[in-house]
Design a protein around this ligand. Structure first.
Ligand code: NDP
Ligand code: MG
Length: 392
């Protein structure tokens, strides 16, 4: 008889969260749902908490609590609200936790789950970019496992199974090129929020979709690769692969390249993490290679994607620069969505914020604690806002 596993999903109402719940719901005997958390989408949170018989449902917004209570009245499901309640929910005994909150807000609940030795399936790439060393040392200290959920990192993880990592020469992560991959450079300055919010291949949350168009998502993933696997920056390459079917390749010292190939469906990477260390049948499309015909590749051009250059700088400077980069990127995205800055001004804003905070954030001043990360995160957002009037 298979053992019932206790699972919690943070960011349950989002794109990754919903895909995770889809897999959990297909095996009602296999899982017991402990906590589900969300934000403003209270109707969805309540619906899922009821259908999956969660112990507790948490919204990170206090102003959404009354509606959540109303919707869950009489069900026996506990209700809580606020950031502290989200972190508290991560301390509830569980075997497996999905970290799928968007943004730096995902860091604290993830750290809390690790403190309890829970296996953390990490979709929240911001945790690794802002606090990679802290997160992984916390996992080690408590004997907890962190499993990658980002498709590229799941692909690398799978290609490394049974391999000696010292035989790896390089890793290549693929990028679809996002919404504007075929746009002429001159047109990018005028790109609108609606245009940046549609992805050619993947169905994802709005923020990561825009980050894909600007390549900030890939920039985050390069840093994520360094932090998670410990590769050096010069071992990590990015290539544009418009079909989004090869997710990453690992190159070994005998010249072999091991590619991970699959449909653009996050339920593969989520399901791999959910079932790890086993592989189980997943409800994803099986590729018909003859029908697909060809996989193509293009260079990820530095002029077109300044975010990739900024990621290199983050890795060189180290210390708290990842936290500065992420916070400035989140702020830039907020200002772009609010139509206060243009598409190309996002990378300019991030670069200027990094320039201002570099003397304090770099490796020579490396004091990585949760407090130092949260302090510099706050400061970077303020500085990013101040740069608006100076942008070209
Ligand atoms: P979505 O925007 O679809 O979902 C985000 C989730 O976080 C929602 O449940 C949202 O609640 C909740 N949330 C928003 N703000 C806060 C906050 N301040 N505190 C707590 N919870 C909050 O995002 P995605 O699912 O697309 O992405 C989630 C994470 O996974 C991101 O880090 C992303 O980079 C990463 N990722 C996503 C992929 C994808 O395919 N979507 C692929 C690889 C990585 P509500 O909606 O109810 O307001
Ligand atoms: Mg990815």
């Amino acid at each position: 008889m298979t053992q019932v596993r206790r699972v919690s999903v943070f960011g349950a109402t989002g794109s990754i969260g919903q895909n995770t719940l889809d897999l959990i719901a297909r095996d009602p005997q296999g899982f017991e749902v402990v906590a589900l958390t969300g934000g403003r989408n209270v109707a969805r949170l309540a619906h899922d908490a009821i259908r999956l018989k969660a112990q507790i449902a948490v919204t990170c917004f206090d102003e959404c609590r009354a509606e959540l209570e109303e919707r869950l009245k009489g069900t026996g499901i506990e209700v809580a609200s606020g950031d502290a309640a989200v972190v508290e929910a991560a301390s509830r005994p569980a075997d497996w936790v999905m970290s799928a909150i968007v943004g730096a807000a995902g860091l604290r609940p993830g750290l809390e789950a690790l403190k309890h030795g829970t296996t953390l399936a990490l979709a929240n790439k911001e945790s690794l970019v802002t606090a990679g060393p802290l997160l992984l040392s916390e996992a080690k200290a408590h004997g907890a496992t962190v499993l990658p959920v980002d498709s590229e990192h799941s692909a690398i993880f799978q290609a490394l199974i049974g391999e000696d990592q010292s035989a790896v020469e390089r890793v290549i992560i693929t990028a679809s090129g996002g919404a504007f991959r075929d746009w002429p450079m001159e047109k990018l300055a005028t790109a609108t929020v609606a245009e940046a919010s549609s992805h050619p291949n993947w169905d994802m949350g709005q923020r990561i979709t825009i980050d894909s168009a600007s390549m900030f998502n890939k920039a985050m993933e390069v840093i994520e690769t360094k932090e998670f696997f410990g590769f050096t920056p010069d071992q990590i390459e990015v290539i544009v692969h418009p079909e989004s079917m090869i997710h990453a390749l690992v190159g070994f010292n005998d010249g072999a390249l091991m590619a991970h190939v699959g449909p653009a469906d996050m339920r593969h990477a989520i399901g791999f993490a959910l079932n790890w260390p086993d592989r189980k049948t997943l409800p994803v499309e099986r590729l018909d290679l003859a029908k697909i015909g060809a996989f193509t590749f293009r260079e990820a051009c530095a002029d077109r994607y300044p975010a990739l250059g900024l990621a290199r700088r983050v890795m060189e400077e180290g210390g708290l620069m990842g936290a500065v980069f992420n916070a400035a990127k989140e702020a830039a995205l907020d200002h772009f969505i609010a139509e206060e800055i243009g598409f190309l001004q996002m990378s300019e804003m991030v670069e200027r914020t990094m320039d201002r905070l570099s003397p304090r954030a770099g490796l020579q001043n490396d004091v990585m604690s949760l407090d130092s990360i949260l302090d510099i995160d706050r400061e970077a957002r303020l500085i990013a806002r101040e740069t608006i009037k100076t942008l070209g």
